[in-house]
Design a protein around this ligand. Structure first.
Ligand SMILES: [Zn+2]
Length: 340
């Protein structure tokens, strides 16, 4: 038996020297130290040894086992250390390398301007109301005093989704929805996307409007102008004035176009204002008594004003953008100029 152990020790040392992976090391453990391994087999063989010799041989086998375990353990530690070192090497960071720049996103210019407009009016007590983008004929036209066959329907090239269902051509439908739902006093701002079949340097088939509506007792055109003065000063600078020009919208009477004094030349006349000193920025007026009636509000008691701001128009004026297409191409070279 001693001879057998000697051979086995030789084999074990050779086997261990040949181990080069964790799997091979596990196989080594199975072969020598496992439940059915060579050393366990030696132990079982003890039964055949002479009774007097048995304790001595048992001690020798145990010693061999301890030796094998120690060698196995040492090999395992060596392999783990090598593995750790390899991992450290591969994860090494060179702190002198230049950092990768993180490219931060920013708000789109239309969002910047929309937020700014909302801030100005929120400061005056307006609440936000958002109507649906797909609107029925009733809200988009009829109850805004634009009956079927009314010539004003030709003012807007409409996308029809179905008969009597349109992609809203303006945010004015929100007026009807709000007045249906509540009695005055009303003070709302309705921002959103609107759609018209129109496309050139200053028109896009999809664009953004901001509708404003105030209904209360004794509301006049003076209230509208006073409030718009505050608005344009916040957007374009102190000292900017407004001027109202008569206009026509079916849902307001009287209707006005609102001009601001040119913020480029201060009113002397330049390319931006085409020499007039004034720039048209939005439309509005006193809510037509028929529109109030259509929503169950008594025009003899209440009056109101409404206005519609083109967000693209304001954005283009504010940043000197001459083609509306730039706002929708999402060219990063363009958009990055608005990063704050
Ligand atoms: Zn000018």
């Amino acid at each position: 038996m001693e001879e057998q152990i000697k051979v086995l020790r030789q084999q074990m040392e050779e086997a261990l020297a040949a181990v080069s992976s964790k799997d091979e090391l596990a196989a080594f453990w199975q072969a020598y130290l496992g439940k059915n391994g060579s050393i366990a087999a030696l132990m079982k063989g003890l039964g055949k040894v002479d009774k007097e010799q048995r304790p001595v041989m048992g001690k020798v086998i145990n010693q061999f086992k301890a030796e094998a375990e120690e060698k196995y353990q040492a090999m395992r530690e060596k392999m783990e250390a090598a593995e750790l070192e390899a991992a450290n090497r591969s994860e090494q960071v060179d702190i002198t390398m230049p950092a990768t720049r993180v490219s931060a996103g920013a708000l789109h210019p239309l969002t910047l301007v929309k937020n700014q407009i909302v801030d100005v009016f929120a400061g005056m007590g307006f609440e936000i109301f958002e109507g649906p983008e797909i609107e029925d004929d009733d809200h988009n036209f009829t109850r805004l005093n634009v009956a079927k066959n009314h010539p004003a329907r030709d003012m807007q090239d409409t996308f029809y989704v179905a008969e009597d269902i349109v992609l809203r051509t303006h945010t004015s439908g929100a007026q009807i929805r709000v007045m249906d739902a509540q009695q005055p006093p009303i003070k709302i701002l309705a921002p959103g996307r609107v759609f018209r079949s129109d496309s050139d340097a200053t028109h896009s088939p999809m664009f953004h409007q901001m509708e404003g509506l105030v209904v209360d007792k004794n509301i006049t055109l003076c209230d509208l102008q006073g409030m718009l003065d505050k608005f344009v000063q916040a957007m374009f600078g102190e000292g900017i004035r407004t001027r109202l020009r008569p206009s026509y919208f079916p849902f307001t009477e009287p209707s006005v176009e609102v001009d601001v004094s040119c913020f480029e030349c201060g009113g002397k006349g330049c390319g931006l204002c085409k020499g007039t000193g004034w720039i048209e920025v939005l439309g509005g007026g006193i809510v037509h008594h028929k529109v109030l009636e259509n929503c169950g509000i008594d025009p003899n008691v209440y009056s109101g004003f409404a206005f519609g701001i083109g967000i693209e128009r304001i954005t283009m004026l504010k940043y000197g953008i001459n083609n509306i297409g730039l706002l929708f191409e999402n060219d990063l070279r363009f958009l990055k100029q608005f990063q704050e």
